[in-house]
Design a protein. Structure first.
Length: 471
C-alpha cells in the first residue's frame, strides 16, 4: 500500500526501522533467517518457482490427492489423510472450548440480495461461487461471518456476559483461479475454523486479541511448526497503543514485523498474522486475529449495558488457519528436515500409525497382535505388519511411512515380554536409535507424548494385510 511504513520489534522489545531494499540492515532480520525469508517473499515479492514439496509427500504417504471428477482445488482424502485432518480439527476445537467458546453451525450458502451480507461480501473482495436457485442468486460461503453475524443480530447479550466467544468450523469455498490453486496451500474448497469474540470496548477487545494471538502460537507449536509474527495497523493506532504491541511481541518471543498504514482502509483497525514459510521459501498465512470496528454497526449487533442502554460491540475476528493449510505446513516442515539431510517426522499425536509391530516370523504374530491390542486399549494407534515380506523390507516400509515407534518382535522378545523399538525422533539417517522396552515402558513413553493432545482410533484395519492400496 502506498505510504506504508515498516518496523521490526525485536525480541527484547526495541523498535528498529526496516528498509525493504536492504532488509538485513535491520538487526532482528539479520539474526532471524525465517523472518528475512518472509519479508523477501511477502513484502519484497520474491516468489520461488520451485513447486511446494508437500504435494509429492501427501500423495506418497497416501494422505490426499486431487479429485479429477470435481472442480479444481477440491481434494479427496484417503483414510490416513482424513484421520490427520480430523485430529487437527479436534486440536483446534479443544483450543476453542478451553477458552469457553460456544459452538454453532450456520448454512453453506446465502442470498446475494441481502443488503448487509452483500455489503460485507464486497469488502472481502473475494471470488465466490454463485448458483441460481429458483431465480434467486446465492453464493457459497467464503467465510463464516455471514451466518454468524446474522445469528448474533438476534442474540440478547448484556455487558456482564462479555466477552462472548463463538466458534464454528465448516467448509468454505473461494473461486480462486486455476493457477492459484496449489495442493493444500490454496484451494477452492477448504475447512475454516473461525472464533469470533464480541467485546464491550477496545480495552476488552485488545485483551482478547492478545489472548488469541498467544493461543494460536501455542496451537502451531503443538503441530511442530515455527512461524513469523506480523502486525498490520493504522499508524495513529499503533502510536497510541505502542506499549500493547511491544508487550505482546515480547510475550511471543519472536521478532515481529510491523506494517503501518497512513489511514485505515479495512474493516479492521489492527491485524495480527502468524505466517508460515515453506520448504522452498514461499510464505502463507496461518493464524490471524483482527479487531473489527465496522461489522457490529453493519449487522446491528449490540449488548445491553448496566444502565439498560444498547451499545455496539467491538468484534474480534480470528482463525488459526484452514485445516488443510495446517496439514500443508506440517508436511512442509517434514520436507524441510529432508532438505537439511535429516529424517522427516510428524508429531506423534498426529501420526496415523504411532506404533508399528513387526513379527520376525509367523510364530511371533500372536504376540505382536497381543501387544498391539494392549496399546490400542490405552489409546495408542498401533498396527501389525503381517504381510508376507522380509523383516528388513517391513522395517524400511515403516520408515517410508514415518512411523514414530517401530517395534520388532522375535523369539527373545516373546520369551521376555519385550519389544525391540526403533524411535524415529532419536534416529539419524542410516543410524537408527534402538532400545529394548517392556510393553509397559513402550506404552508409558508414547502416552507421555500424547498427553494433552487429541486421540482418535486408526481409520484403517490393524493388520496391514487387510489394507488396500489407495494409490
Amino acid at each position: 500500500m502506498s505510504g506504508a511504513e515498516y518496523l521490526v520489534i525485536g525480541k527484547d522489545g526495541r523498535e528498529h526501522e526496516l528498509d525493504l531494499t536492504d532488509p538485513e540492515a535491520c538487526p532482528p532480520v539479520a539474526e532471524d533467517p525465517l523472518l528475512k525469508q518472509f519479508i523477501l517473499s511477502e513484502e519484497v515479492g520474491y516468489v520461488p518457482h520451485e513447486p511446494p514439496a508437500h504435494i509429492e509427500l501427501m500423495r506418497r504417504l497416501e494422505l490426499v490427492d486431487y479429485e479429477p471428477a470435481s472442480d479444481v482445488g477440491h481434494m479427496r482424502f484417503y483414510p490416513k489423510g482424513a484421520l490427520m485432518k480430523d485430529l487437527i480439527e479436534d486440536w483446534v476445537l479443544d483450543m476453542a472450548l478451553s477458552l469457553g467458546a460456544m459452538v454453532i453451525e450456520t448454512p453453506t450458502m446465502y442470498r446475494a440480495d441481502e443488503p448487509d451480507i452483500r455489503a460485507q461480501a464486497e469488502r472481502f473482495v473475494e471470488k465466490d461461487y454463485k448458483i441460481d436457485v429458483g431465480g434467486k442468486v446465492l453464493f457459497l460461503r467464503f467465510a463464516g461471518d455471514f451466518g454468524l453475524f446474522r445469528m448474533m443480530k438476534d442474540v440478547r447479550m448484556n455487558v456482564r456476559q462479555l466477552p462472548v466467544r463463538v466458534f464454528e468450523i465448516a467448509p468454505s469455498y473461494r473461486l480462486e483461479t486455476r493457477r492459484e490453486c496449489v495442493g493444500l496451500r490454496r484451494m477452492r474448497k477448504f475447512t475454516m475454523p473461525d472464533l469470533h469474540c464480541f467485546c464491550k470496548d477496545l480495552e476488552q477487545a485488545l485483551e482478547e486479541f492478545r489472548l488469541l494471538t498467544l493461543k494460536y502460537a501455542e496451537l502451531l507449536r503443538g503441530l511442530g511448526l515455527d512461524f513469523v509474527h506480523a502486525y498490520r495497523a493504522e499508524r495513529a493506532f499503533y502510536q497510541e497503543h505502542r506499549d500493547f504491541f511491544v508487550k505482546l511481541a515480547v510475550e511471543l518471543g519472536k521478532p515481529t514485523l510491523v506494517q503501518l498504514f497512513p489511514e485505515r482502509k479495512h474493516y479492521w483497525a489492527l491485524k495480527s498474522e502468524l505466517q508460515y514459510v515453506d520448504s522452498v521459501g514461499k510464505n502463507f498465512q496461518l493464524g490471524t486475529v483482527q479487531v473489527d470496528v465496522e461489522d457490529s454497526e453493519r449487522y446491528g449487533i449490540t449488548y445491553v449495558d448496566t444502565d439498560g442502554s444498547e451499545k455496539g460491540c467491538i468484534i474480534i475476528h480470528s482463525s488459526p488457519g484452514s485445516i488443510e493449510r495446517l496439514l500443508c505446513a506440517v508436511l512442509e516442515e517434514a520436507a524441510k528436515a529432508i532438505k537439511a539431510g535429516g529424517l522427516a517426522k510428524l508429531p506423534t499425536w498426529l501420526s496415523p500409525t504411532q506404533v508399528r509391530l513387526i513379527p520376525i516370523a509367523d510364530r511371533h504374530l500372536d504376540y505382536a497382535l497381543k501387544v498391539a491390542e494392549e496399546l490400542v486399549a490405552a489409546g495408542i494407534r498401533a498396527d501389525v505388519d503381517d504381510r508376507r515380506r522380509s523383516m528388513d523390507w517391513k522395517v524400511r516400509a515403516a520408515g517410508m511411512e514415518w512411523v514414530p515407534y517401530v517395534g520388532v518382535v522375535g523369539d527373545k522378545e516373546v520369551k521376555e515380554g519385550t519389544v525391540m523399538v526403533t524411535i524415529r525422533a532419536k534416529s539419524e539417517p542410516n543410524r537408527p536409535y534402538q532400545v529394548k522396552m517392556t510393553v509397559d515402558e513402550l506404552k508409558r513413553t508414547v502416552l507421555e507424548e500424547l498427553e494433552g493432545k487429541p486421540k482418535r482410533p486408526h481409520y484403517l484395519p490393524m493388520l496391514l494385510s487387510k489394507r488396500p492400496a489407495f494409490r
